[in-house]
Design a protein around this ligand. Structure first.
Ligand code: KIV
Ligand code: ZN
Length: 518
């Protein structure tokens, strides 16, 4: 019988530590719900002691998301552990995850503790956490650079103290597959009470080896793999869970292991994480990249048409990527539209459906074929999670290679129409400046990217804008066949998130008065 491998998702904790990624509470809850649909075994929802925002997000997820176990990270201090418990106590299956650095480098330079003190702190922390819950994971941070003998000692001691999972992180992505697989096998053989706990691995991708190392660890006997969707995370990121899951499935002849993941939800989860974090998925990314199932060369296309398996080792449908891609056009009705959205996994309210359908009709007028990717973009653009205090009403741009780019932007700010004009380095810059004038904020644009949702000259443009307000970053996305409009929508989306999170009071009355309004 196949061995069951448990999937521990840390997109909302380690993944959120990605430079540039920033999620608000509603977005975290939305991702957690999708992870539950994906059927991961554990969702690490955050690090409650790190900030009040993280605490609140973990608490909301623990209270509302059903299915997976909900884990919270804590250092080995009683205050961190108490805080973690406060946040997850209402989960059906709460798990406290405690960690401390174990390698000589971490002990000497970071912790300034000797091995004995590290071991004592780890044991005390596990005991403390066990008073709250029967599910306690212990991580030996930088385990792959820790003396094997000390690791055996500390793991044996924490299992004795009640740890139910021991985690072996390759924190800095230093391990190599053959070495790591052997390391895990030797550890498993050397821990006398290993029958009382599960061994987990947590790899980072600094050398591009995180997936390979995780699979080698499974071959060496590990039972749980930790990672993130799309491999996001600190520095070069974490193990991409979709890669591990699909490798285990596709090469079950080699690994003879299975997971409980509903693979058909992989693509949707990847899109959601990318869209909410604003971190694009590399085109040639394994499993979920937009080129992962594209065949460019004539020989390959011919082969796939004759027999898909000539050049495809996975069926795209298995990750939830529909193949009858071009589906709707100008003449498609509301019924077909709703049906296709449902097939894609979107269950919209009547009001949301109306908005999305209107947008679809407008797009179908400009674009011959509306693909599934277009439909996903429409839903993302029209069905926003947060209230939109600032919305675009109209936009007029004057630009050219011999004129000063000028934008006139009309917004509806908390129901009040307002208009401003501004000049800029280019039309996008001019439009953003006009918006800043209206809302009376000094916004710093950190990052801006533009791509096409599908091929063709009539493609929808997709813009990601990362802005900074009062020292915090916010990400927004916008879609339109007009790239200036897509840019403005992305900017406003980020701005709305910032306004929501900072509780910023828009100077509506003041601005309306200045414009002669009521
Ligand atoms: O990479 C790491 O070591 C971690 C631990 C906290 C598990 O993220
Ligand atoms: Zn990590």
């Amino acid at each position: 019988m196949s061995r069951r491998i448990f999937i521990f998702d840390t997109t909302l904790r380690d993944g959120e530590q990605s430079p540039g990624a920033s999620l608000n509470i509603e977005e975290k809850v939305e991702i957690a719900r999708q992870l539950a649909r994906l059927r991961v075994d554990t969702i690490e929802a955050g690090f409650p002691a790190s900030s009040p925002g993280d605490f609140e997000a973990v608490r909301r997820i623990a209270q509302t998301v059903q299915g997976p176990a909900i884990a919270a990270l804590a250092r080995v201090t009683p205050t961190d552990i108490d805080r973690a418990w406060e946040a997850i106590r209402y989960a059906a299956r709460p798990c406290i995850h405690v960690f401390i650095g174990t390698s000589p480098i971490h002990r000497q330079y970071k912790l300034k503790m000797n091995a004995e003190a590290v071991l004592e702190a780890a044991v005390a922390a596990v005991r403390h956490a066990r008073r709250y819950t029967s599910a306690v994971e212990f991580s030996a941070e930088d385990a792959s650079r820790t003396e094997p003998e000390f690791l055996r000692q500390i793991f044996t001691a924490v299992i004795e103290a009640g740890a139910t999972v021991i985690n072996v992180p390759d924190t800095v992505g230093y391990a190599t597959p053959v070495e790591f697989g052997r390391f895990i096998a030797a550890l498993l053989a050397g821990i006398p009470n290993m029958d009382k706990a599960m061994l987990s691995v947590h790899c980072h991708d600094d050398l591009g080896l995180a997936t390979a190392n995780s699979l080698a660890a499974i071959a060496g006997g590990a039972t749980q793999v930790e990672g993130t969707i799309n491999g996001i995370g600190e520095r070069a990121g974490n193990t991409a869970l979709e890669e591990v899951v699909m490798a285990l499935y596709t090469r079950r002849d080699v690994y003879d292991c299975e997971t409980d993941v509903k693979t058909e939800e992989i693509y949707r989860t990847s899109r959601l994480v990318s869209s909410l974090t604003g971190m694009p998925v590399q085109y040639n990314k394994a499993v979920v990249g937009r080129n992962a199932f594209q065949h460019e060369s004539g020989i390959h296309q011919d082969g796939v048409l004759k027999e898909r398996t000539t050049y495809e080792i996975m069926n795209p449908a298995m990750i939830g990527l529909s193949q009858d891609n071009i589906v709707l056009g100008k003449l498609s009705g509301r019924h077909a539209f709703r049906h296709r959205l449902e097939q894609l996994g979107f269950n919209l309210s009547e009001e949301e459906l109306n908005k999305a359908f209107e947008r679809f009709k407008a797009l179908a007028d400009r674009k011959k074929e509306v693909t599934d990717r277009d439909l996903e973009a429409i839903v993302e653009d029209e069905v926003r999670v947060l209230p939109e205090k600032v919305a675009l009403e109209s936009l007029h741009i004057s630009t050219g290679n011999r004129v000063v780019p000028t934008a006139t932007v009309q917004l509806v700010v908390e129901g009040v129409p307002m208009q401003e004009a501004a000049c800029g380095e280019g039309p996008v810059d001019a439009a953003f400046k006009a918006i800043d004038k209206i809302v009376g904020l000094e916004v710093n644009l950190l990052d801006y990217s533009l791509s096409a949702v599908t091929g063709g000259k009539d493609a929808l443009g997709e813009v990601t804008a990362r802005i900074e307000l009062e020292g915090k970053a916010y990400v927004g996305r916008g879609f339109s066949t007009d790239i200036i409009e897509a840019s403005v929508k992305a900017y406003l989306n980020a701005l709305n998130k910032a306004i929501y999170e900072t509780n910023y009071r828009l100077p509506v009355a003041q601005l309306a008065r200045a414009k002669g309004g009521s």
